[in-house]
Design a protein around this ligand. Structure first.
Ligand code: 6PG
Length: 477
């Protein structure tokens, strides 16, 4: 009856999270569907802290102090429901179930509602940082009832990553599915970041003519500046890695077909429902799916197009500087789009999410951790109702300074036939937002022409319809 927390599901994420709690001085009850894994953990890492190995659901629940805190670390979807069904009957009002998987926030909302009837607090918590993060400090995005955060918060704060200023990378994001929603958007931004980095790499390779090792060095340099981030850092590691079997750059022996588990796709699906233009994230998801259509790509290889021409050494180096500008500007746009989705989700579901706090807990531990998140935090802290990140003066000025190079990079990409959907979508978003007039006016005219869908005028209130088939006079709609 003495464990402060229990973890069920001891695959690598669950195992590392359990060890993290134990290393921080908490007594941790362990449970896994097959008990062998539980015992293996204790055998291997038992010396790290206070573990209580249990074999059955009953034993597990009995090992927890009240109110019970039970973390489930199993696959999202049906396995999560199965585990909840197994444990919920054994719990009492006030107990907490924390789902640390990558659940869809709609499932989290449903589970929270169902368990609430039983008096159980269900906390859907996004956890980011991979295996490493789970063990040494992840970024944690818990949702669920705010009361549960009173006792859970301090524990999560202890095991979480700390930002550079020492603040823990965890906060109560909002009620029910808010935490998993924010984790979903985190992953969408992760996809966009990875796509943009991929485009930068491809341009440096094909247009500038650099080798993977040289590009790794360029990324290392970028990582000392405003692009300083985990993803840029590991990109340099991946690019400088040489395959032992062939002696070739590792990146050249890996099949160029990107896989996905679904969180990026969800981010786009939900954005479509909410009417939020996350074009950069969408392009990243589509780029992954395009890469996987091998037969289609094979069939298309003969299509005409320019081939890239090599640049001189000094041209290449100047081009690399421009690519840095394009990458940074596009990155600002993807975060702008991601934060827009968080704010739209928050409004739709009444979550009251603090965007500054979200930026703050992404500063450490998670996959998209980056130095510039501290400035996003500052932008929202200064003005919680910021219409968009692009309305923040500092970001607007940075984009203003980057835009000539951003455009030049896209011109080269287009002329030389290097696909850069992420850079292009970001720039199109930027130009559309700042446009005085959009062709949406024409769209409205077309809709009215073929479907009498009506339009609104710039100079008068009301809705109108033009009698296109008749004398083209205008009637009030
Ligand atoms: C994280 C990661 C993690 C997982 C991704 C991978 O935040 O730690 O996002 O959740 O590695 O979901 O996603 P794909 O397999 O879809 O690329």
């Amino acid at each position: 009856n003495s464990a402060q927390i229990g973890v069920t599901g001891l695959a690598v994420m669950g195992r590392n999270l359990a060890r993290n709690f134990a290393r921080n001085g908490y007594a941790v009850a362990l449970h896994n569907r097959t008990a062998a894994r539980t015992h293996a953990l204790v055998e291997e890492f038992g010396s790290e802290g206070d573990f209580i190995a249990t074999e059955t659901a009953k034993e597990f629940v009995a090992a927890l102090e009240r109110p019970r805190r039970l973390v489930i670390m199993v696959k999202a979807g049906e396995p999560t429901d199965a585990v909840i069904q197994e444990f919920a009957p054994l719990l009492e009002p006030g107990d907490m179930i924390i789902d640390g998987g990558n659940a869809h926030f709609a499932d989290t909302r449903r589970r929270e509602r169902e368990l609430r009837e039983q008096g159980i607090h269900f906390v859907g918590a996004g956890i980011s940082g991979g295996e490493e993060g789970a063990l040494n400090g992840p970024s944690i995005m818990p949702g669920g009832p705010v009361e549960s955060y009173e006792s859970l918060g301090p524990m999560l704060e202890k095991i979480s990553a700390k930002a550079e200023d020492g603040s823990p990378c965890v906060t109560h994001v909002g009620p029910d599915g808010a935490g998993h929603f924010v984790k979903m958007v985190h992953n969408g931004i992760e996809y966009a970041d990875m796509q943009l980095i991929g485009e930068a790499y491809q341009l440096l390779r094909d247009v500038a003519g650099y080798s993977p090792a040289q590009i790794a060095d360029i990324f290392r340099t970028w990582n000392t500046g405003r692009l300083d981030s985990y993803l840029i850092e590991i990109t340099a590691e991946v690019l400088s890695h040489v395959d032992a079997a062939t002696g070739k750059p590792f990146v050249d022996v890996v099949q160029d077909q990107a896989e996905q588990k679904g969180t990026g796709r969800w981010t786009v699906q939900i954005a479509l429902d909410l009417g939020v233009p996350v074009s950069g994230i969408a392009e990243a998801v589509f780029a992954r799916s395009l890469s996987g259509h091998s037969a289609l790509r094979e069939a298309s290889r003969g299509l005409a197009g320019p081939s890239a021409t090599a640049l001189s050494e000094s041209e290449a180096s100047a081009f690399a500087d421009q690519v840095e500008q394009a990458l940074y500007a596009s990155k600002i746009v993807s975060y702008t789009q991601g934060f827009h989705e968080v704010s739209a989700g928050s409004a739709e579901y009444d979550w009251n999410i603090d965007l500054g706090a979200v930026a703050s807990i992404w500063r450490g531990g998670c996959i998209i951790r980056a130095a510039f998140l501290d400035r996003i935090r500052a932008a929202y802290d200064a003005r919680a109702d910021l219409p968009s990140l692009l309305s923040d003066d500092t970001f607007a000025q940075e984009i203003a300074a980057a835009q000539d190079d951003w455009r030049a990079v896209l011109v080269s990409a287009v002329q030389q036939g290097v696909p850069t959907p992420g850079f292009a979508a970001a720039l199109a978003y930027y130009d559309a937002l700042r446009a005085e007039r959009l062709p949406a006016a024409l769209t409205q005219g077309q809709r009215d022409f073929f479907g009498a869908h009506t339009y609104r005028r710039t100079d008068r209130e009301g809705s109108f319809h033009t009698l296109w088939g008749g004398d083209r006079s205008e009637v009030s709609g």
